[in-house]
Ligand binder design. Sequence first.
Ligand SMILES: C[S@@+](CC[C@H](N)C(=O)[O-])C[C@H]1O[C@@H](n2cnc3c(N)ncnc32)[C@H](O)[C@@H]1O
Length: 250
Amino acid sequence: MLSQSDLYCAFDTAPDTVVAFLTRLMAAESRSSIPHLADIGAGPGRLIPPLAALGWSVTAYEPDPDYLPAAETTVRNCPNVIVRQGGFEDLAEVDAFDLVCGINSSYAYLLSPSRRAPLYVLIACALRRNGFLILDLPNFPWIPDHYRAPVPQDGQWEGRRIVRHRQHQIDRERGTFTTIDRDVISDSSGEPTACTKVHVYAIVDHSTHLAELAAAGFTDVRLFPSFEARAPVPVPASRLISVARQGTAA
Ligand SMILES: C[S@@+](CC[C@H](N)C(=O)[O-])C[C@H]1O[C@@H](n2cnc3c(N)ncnc32)[C@H](O)[C@@H]1O
């Protein structure tokens, strides 16, 4: 039976564009020390080996009991990497990081403003002065107006074929966007098996997102439409990638 982390890896994408984006961000800064990055909601850890290979220090947090051991296995030969169990809520470092990242939607699991507000403060404390918070979120308010129903996706893992059937549920009253992934796994030896994973995300528009960052003292916020983009945009499209600088108020 494949684990949830195997299924994640069967459908994830190469980390190259994210790593290049983070590298460009740090190259534009005149810091002499080796960057220390917090990868919060690291999943099975796809970003960590290429960042460690650049000589960066990485502290990863992952709350999921299946993804966590997978991340520990992913990084076992990487120098200067720590993997901790937990999410944004568990950030306990002070003045420790040049970058705190939530890549591929990890911050969207925090469903209410009252849950997010204290976490921005924790993040600001964990960042070094002028450090960056990078949040990569789906731009959920954009999606209904441009909606295309998901089509089945094909993946492979360890010789098995996996077909992912995805459904979406939008609850405007609760402000949630739910993704239901049903994976059907087949190999040559028998009947297909299926497993389902449900992700409930907060629908947050970019002006609310900017206001929440400002309330926690973040400054110089830039919005990017993708990790390939070289320049910020005033209004994001399908993805909302924000880069915010730790300010003085938090
Ligand atoms: C789509 S995965 C992204 C994994 C990884 N960042 C990547 O880019 O491959 C989203 C991750 O967010 C994690 N997550 C869920 N709740 C979280 C929380 N409260 N704080 C941080 N991460 C959380 C999930 O367990 C999952 O690993």
